[in-house]
Write a protein that binds this ligand. Structure first.
Ligand SMILES: [Fe+2]
Length: 320
């Protein structure tokens, strides 16, 4: 089963206008968005769909406060859809839609959809750096940072779910859908990647009581740590609340910066995640506030004498 990873996440929200503003400021592009919701895409066409929580087109909600209504996975081919249908039909209802995609539920009743991926191939440069001893990454006079520089989410990276039994979840995704465990935080749960994706993880579980079942955060890959810092600084300057970060995780090595959102979950910018193949041996480490990150900064508004509140000139990228 060549599952690539999340193509889209679908939410049933309370405030379409607030979510539209948030997702746009986060850096996603609105596609056919109206006052009834719509799709917000990253540069490769992956993204987030919002509808009002009472919209009848949405899958059935979980009996918890989460606003997540469906996870849409992209696969490589129609043969992969056939394989998934054959496997999951053994013990659950799998619905084949007119476009060939599949709808079903996982072991925790999270609504899932599988489709031939709609992501577009990205051809972009990674962030470039200069380092003594190595050939220059940037040409003479090519700047590493400048006001207004592009810093947009490139692709939907991963989803983190609160689940009531992380071991049961790991077994289901490994045995039924061919996911691979890359690392485990004890007792929270495993990092998982699907077979057709070499990222350290596209899915992570955190064990919680049943009544908390839902999505804890979702993440988008950026082009590097500078893009992550620029995008996060822009969001923070606009008044959106930083939740955790910026920093760099130990497992996955990815830079991170999490923000609160009106979608009832945290949104993460991430960058420079590790890649793995099947020779990788999963590590285990205890989950702790300090243990999950190599380092952590705390963003705060810069104070200096000058114009604007607390020295911030709103709407400008001012090198810190
Ligand atoms: Fe994350």
């Amino acid at each position: 089963m060549n599952i690539i990873g999340p193509d889209a996440l679908v939410f049933g929200v309370d405030d379409i206008a607030a979510c539209t503003e948030y997702l746009t400021e986060f850096g996603l592009k609105p596609i056919d968005v109206t006052d009834k919701g719509g799709f917000f895409e990253a540069l490769d066409g992956t993204g987030v769909e919002i509808r009002h929580r009472d919209d009848p087109s949405l899958p059935t909600p979980l009996p918890t406060p989460t606003m997540l209504r469906q996870q849409v996975y992209g696969v490589q081919s129609t043969e992969d859809l056939d394989a998934i249908e054959t496997e999951l039909s053994k013990d659950r209802r799998v619905t084949r839609l007119a476009d060939g995609s599949l709808e079903t539920t996982d072991v925790f009743d999270f609504a899932l959809k599988f489709q031939v991926t709609k992501r577009r191939e990205l051809v972009m440069e990674a962030e470039k750096i200069n380092a003594p001893g190595a050939p220059a990454g940037r040409a003479p006079n090519e700047l590493g940072i400048y006001p207004g520089m592009p810093a947009l989410p490139r692709t939907l990276s991963h989803t983190v779910l609160f689940v009531p039994d992380q071991q049961k979840g790991a077994e289901w995704y490994v045995e039924r859908l061919g996911f691979v465990i890359t690392d485990i935080l004890v007792p929270a749960g495993p990092f998982l990647r699907p077979k057709a994706n070499d990222d350290h993880h596209t899915l992570f579980f955190i064990q919680t009581p049943e009544y908390m079942k839902g999505i804890e955060h979702l993440a988008f890959h950026m082009g590097g740590p500078t893009e992550l810092m620029v995008a996060g600084s822009r969001l923070a300057r606009k008044g959106f609340q930083s939740f955790w970060g910026p920093g760099r995780h130990k497992f996955g090595s990815n830079w991170f910066w999490y923000f609160n959102s009106p979608l009832g979950t945290h949104f993460e910018y991430d960058a420079d995640m590790d890649k793995h193949d099947d020779s990788w041996v999963a590590r285990q480490a205890p989950m702790s506030p300090q243990g999950t990150q190599m380092f952590l900064f705390e963003w705060r508004k810069r104070w200096s004498p000058g114009p604007g509140p607390e020295g911030i000139t709103e709407g400008e990228d001012t090198p810190e």
